[in-house]
Design a protein around this ligand. Sequence first.
Ligand code: CA
Length: 242
Amino acid sequence: MLNKQRILVVEDESGIADTIQYVLATDGFAPVWCSTAEAALREFAAQPPALAILDVGLPDLNGFELFKRLQALPGGAQVPMLFLTARSDEIDRVVGLELGADDYIAKPFSPRELVARVRTILRRSARPAATAPVTTPAPAAQPFALDEERHRIRYYGHALELSRYEYGILRLLVQKPGRVFTRDELLARVWDGGSDSFDRTVDAHIKTLRAKLKAVAPDLEPIRTLRGSGYALSEELPPKRA
Ligand code: CA
C-alpha cells in the first residue's frame, strides 16, 4: 500500500482518541482526530477519509446525527462508518441498522479488536458488490437466505427449523458475515437483555444451531468460535453446494 488510508476518529475523550490513534498508526493507517462533530464535518468535507469512527456521545451533536450529515456530504455515502457506543440503547439503534452504519463497537473495547474491525470493514467495502450496507436478505447465490417477514432462514436452499432464539442468533450472524458477536452482545440483542440468561445459554443455542446446519452440510462449519471473544459467521463458505 503506497498511501496510508486515512481514518477519521471522532471522539471527544482524548484518552480514548489517543489509544485509537496509536493502534491505527501502529497498524499502518493514518488517523485524523476530531474532538467535535463540527470539526469532523469540516475535515470530512475537505477530504473524505477511507473510514470514519464516530463516537455516539459527542458534545455538539450526537453521533447518529453526525453520521447522517457526513453521509450527505459529497462522497459521504461511500465512506464506511463505525460507531463507538457506551450504552445498550445506543447499540440497539445502531443494530437496528435504521442508519445503515457499517458496524459498531461497544465501549470499553479492545484496541486490537477495533483495528481488526476496521480492517474487515475496509476489506468488505473494497469489494465492488458490497459497498451498500447489508440490511436485506443475502443474494440468492449466498449460502444463507434470510426471510425476516416469516422469521425463516434457508441454508443452501433448505428451510431451517429454528427456535426463536436460534433464529435470532443466526439472523444476526448472517447479516454481518465475519463480524464477531460476543456472548454478551448476543444475550443483549437476541434475549432482549434478559437478566436471567447466562453465557452458557448462548453456547447451548449455538450448539443446537450448529447441529441443524451440520444436518444440511455435514462438511461445513459456518459458525466460527473465537476463543474468549464470541462467534462469527464464516466468510469462507462456498456459494453453492457441490
Ligand atoms: Ca463521548
